[in-house]
Design a protein around this ligand. Structure first.
Ligand SMILES: Nc1ncnc2c1ncn2[C@@H]1O[C@H](COP(=O)(O)OP(=O)(O)OP(=O)(O)O)[C@@H](O)[C@H]1O
Length: 294
C-alpha cells in the first residue's frame, strides 16, 4: 500500500514573534510526497517565517507542524534541508578557502556521484576560492553544498535570485527530477516566476501571514479571472503564472490598505477568548491585519 503520510502537514499553525507581533495565523495545509510547492506572496507576507518553522528553526506558538509525521522542532527527523540567503552573508564563507575543501567539509566524498552532478549542473569551478568569487558563484557553491546529501524536504528561501537564467533553469530541472525519482518534496519561496510555469505541482498564496489559496497551478489559473490587459500599464507578460501572481499581489495590496492608515496592535491586546478559540473573529482579523501591515 502507498504511504499516504503527507510530506508537510500544518494544522492551525499560528506563530507570534517574541515582540508580540503575529507572524502567521491559523495555517492549515497538507502537501503530498513528490510535491513541488511555490510560495507566492508580497514582501513581508510570511514566507520566510513559515520556511523557518518548517525547518525546525523556530517554535510555533499554537497549532501543529508535521514533516513526514514528525514535529521538526521537537523531534527533528533529519533529512530537512533549508537554504536561505543569509548563508552568503556569513564572513566564514568569504575567506580564502578552496571550493573542494568546503565540499569535503560537508561530506562531499560520501556522495561523489551526486557531488559531481551538482558541480556540473551548477557549473562550479573547483579552482575557485571563496574570497574571489561573485555573489552568484558563491550561491552556486552554497547550492552544491546544500543539495549534496539527499534530502527528504527541501526548503528554498529565494536562493536562486542571484543565479543566471541558465543555471537557475538547470537547477529547477534537477529538483523536478529529484521529486519524481525519490520520495521527497520541495517548498520554494521566490519572486521570480520566469520559466516556472510548468514547475510547481502546488501553489500557495500567502498574504499577511495567512494562506489565501492552495491548489494546483492549472486549477487555480482556470478558476481565477485574470485581467486581459496588463495589471501594471506597459508591463506585459506571456505567463499565466506571472499574471496570477501580479493579480494576487495587487489584490493583497488593496486589502492591506495604506500603511499610514493602520495602527500597531500587539498579541496581548487580543482578548484571551479570541486567542484560545475565536481566532476567526472580526476583532482578531482586524488585529492581525493591522499588526502585519506595519
Ligand atoms: N523578529 C521579528 N519581529 C517582528 N516582526 C518580524 C520579525 N521578523 C519579521 N517580522 C515581520 O514579519 C513579516 C513576515 O516576514 P517574512 O520575512 O516572513 O516575510 P517574507 O514573505 O519572507 O518577505 P520577503 O518576500 O520580503 O522575503 C514581515 O512583516 C516582517 O516585518
Amino acid at each position: 500500500m502507498l504511504d499516504q503520510t503527507p510530506a508537510i502537514d500544518l494544522g492551525g499553525l499560528t506563530y507570534v514573534f517574541p515582540s508580540g507581533i503575529v507572524g502567521l495565523h491559523d495555517l492549515t495545509l497538507s502537501l503530498p510526497p513528490h510535491s513541488r510547492t511555490l510560495l507566492v506572496g508580497a514582501n513581508g507576507a510570511g514566507k520566510s517565517t513559515l520556511l523557518k518553522i518548517l525547518a525546525g528553526k523556530t517554535l510555533a506558538k499554537a497549532g501543529s507542524v508535521k514533516i513526514q509525521g514528525s514535529d521538526p522542532f521537537r523531534a527533528p527527523l533529519g533529512g530537512i534541508t533549508y537554504l536561505g540567503t543569509e548563508w552568503a552573508a556569513n564572513p566564514t564563507v568569504r575567506y580564502d578557502m578552496a571550493v573542494p575543501v568546503l565540499l569535503a567539509s560537508v561530506g562531499g566524498d560520501a556522495f561523489p556521484e551526486r557531488r559531481d552532478e551538482l558541480i556540473d549542473i551548477l557549473d562550479v569551478d573547483l579552482s575557485w576560492h571563496m574570497h574571489a568569487v561573485s555573489d552568484g558563484e558563491r550561491r552556486r557553491v552554497q547550492l552544491v553544498m546544500g543539495l549534496l546529501r539527499p534530502w527528504s524536504i527541501l526548503l528554498l528561501d529565494e536562493v536562486t535570485v542571484d543565479l543566471d537564467v541558465l543555471v537557475r533553469a538547470r537547477l529547477l530541472d534537477f529538483l523536478r527530477r529529484e521529486t519524481l525519482a525519490r520520495e521527497c518534496a520541495v517548498v520554494y519561496a521566490s519572486h521570480i516566476f520566469d520559466g516556472l510555469a510548468d514547475w510547481p505541482t502546488d501553489l500557495v498564496h500567502i498574504h499577511m501571514g495567512r494562506i489565501l489559496e492552495h491548489g494546483s497551478p492549472s486549477d487555480i489559473i482556470s478558476r481565477t479571472e485574470l485581467p486581459d490587459r496588463p495589471t501594471i500599464a506597459s508591463y506585459n507578460t506571456n505567463s499565466a503564472l506571472l499574471d496570477l501572481a501580479l493579480k494576487w499581489l495587487s489584490d493583497d495590496l488593496k486589502d492591506r490598505g495604506r500603511r499610514t492608515d493602520v495602527k500597531r496592535v500587539r498579541w496581548e491586546d487580543v482578548t484571551s477568548d479570541e486567542k484560545s478559540g475565536g481566532m476567526k473573529s472580526d476583532a482578531f482579523a482586524a488585529y492581525f491585519k493591522m499588526s502585519r501591515a506595519l
